[in-house]
Design a protein around this ligand. Structure first.
Ligand code: ZN
Length: 336
């Protein structure tokens, strides 16, 4: 069953029929009495809407705010605002599973999109700020009581769909991250925002991955092998580290591919050039040193070195100094 919040049902009824809140409430109450405790308020409201011929939802192409848990064939268009990392896990049958998610936003809201197993391959074509269309997604309620869109075998993802556009993104474009000082970071911190100065830059490190699934490819018998796809001609992924200083302390920050591209504002092919001529990285390095950047991400414990690191999920390479100052002042006021 599709879950529609009570208030939403009431406002849909009001939109469609000339009824007051009192009239609607009394109808709902009568229905609940009639069914003597067998039905919730939402359930009764649902029945009343049906009896009045009020269409509560449309399936098919929707704005994000109209996506409801339980819908099985959702079509939405949105801008990619966050891309998370692929997580691997062990399934109950012992096989390895993979899951990854990203966030899209439109004028009306934000939606987490979840991809499983082979579908996680699609993530490598995504970039922050591109427009995507998803067809035939399955909307589901997650543990945090919010709706997310899951891919099924029928679902389709189109990047930069022709003839589609969206307006200004809804107010909260990104999950509200909590600003912290580096000094106060703890191992379990996630969705935290840091603002600091780049004080040290390490050259990107490149590693071989399978071109099909993006998993690390292993060197074997003079070639490269993927656990899933066998012998492959490897592609390259990369990771880059910076030391950030925010006045309270410093931390090593870890940028994976998409975030390296956002940070350096260059394209994948240009980063790959640094692999063969690391000397060319010097210019990029000089530009970064001393720069103030804002990043959002999570803390990760590096067991080998017994230290905390910061895994970057979003980069703002040019934070607005005025806005940041204003924010600092406001935060100071709260403390006073
Ligand atoms: Zn593979």
């Amino acid at each position: 069953m599709i879950k529609i919040p009570y208030e939403q049902i009431i406002s849909k009824i009001k939109e469609a029929k000339e009824l007051t809140d009192e009239q609607i409430n009394s109808k709902i109450k009568a229905k609940m009495d009639q069914l003597a405790g067998l039905i919730s308020k939402e359930g009764a409201a649902h029945i009343i809407a049906n009896e009045l011929g009020v269409k509560l939802f449309e399936e098919g192409k929707l704005k994000i705010k109209d996506v409801l848990a339980g819908m099985r064939s959702v079509e939405v268009v949105g801008k990619v605002t966050n891309i998370f990392e692929i997580k691997e896990f062990q399934r109950k049958d012992g096989a390895n599973g993979k899951v990854v998610s990203f966030i899209i936003a439109d004028e009306t809201g934000r939606l987490r999109v979840v991809l499983w197993n082979e579908q996680t391959d699609l993530i490598k074509d995504l970039k922050q700020d591109i427009l995507v269309r998803i067809k035939d997604g399955y909307a589901k309620q997650n543990n945090n009581n919010s709706v997310e869109l899951h891919f099924t075998s029928k679902s389709e993802l189109t990047i930069n769909p022709p003839d589609e556009s969206i307006g200004k993104l809804a107010g909260a474009q990104r999950l509200e991250a909590k600003r912290k000082k580096i000094e106060g970071l703890i191992e379990t911190d996630a969705n935290v925002e840091l603002l600091g100065t780049v004080v040290q830059v390490f050259e990107p490190r490149f590693y071989e991955v399978c071109p099909d699934c993006n998993k690390r490819a292993k060197s074997k018998e003079g070639g490269f092998f993927c656990d899933t796809h066998g012998a492959v001609i490897s592609a390259y992924a990369y990771v880059m580290n910076l030391i950030l200083d925010d006045g309270s302390s410093t931390i090593r920050t870890v940028f994976f591919k998409n975030q390296v591209l956002n940070l350096l504002k260059i394209e994948d092919k240009d980063v790959l050039k640094f692999k063969d001529s690391p000397g060319d990285f010097q210019t990029a390095k000089d530009e970064l040193l001393g720069k103030i950047i804002k990043i959002v991400g999570r803390v990760s414990k590096n067991e080998m070195f017994d230290r905390l690191e910061f895994v970057v999920q979003l980069v703002f390479p040019d934070p607005e100094p005025d806005q940041e100052l204003k924010r600092l002042e406001e935060e100071a006021k709260v403390i006073e």
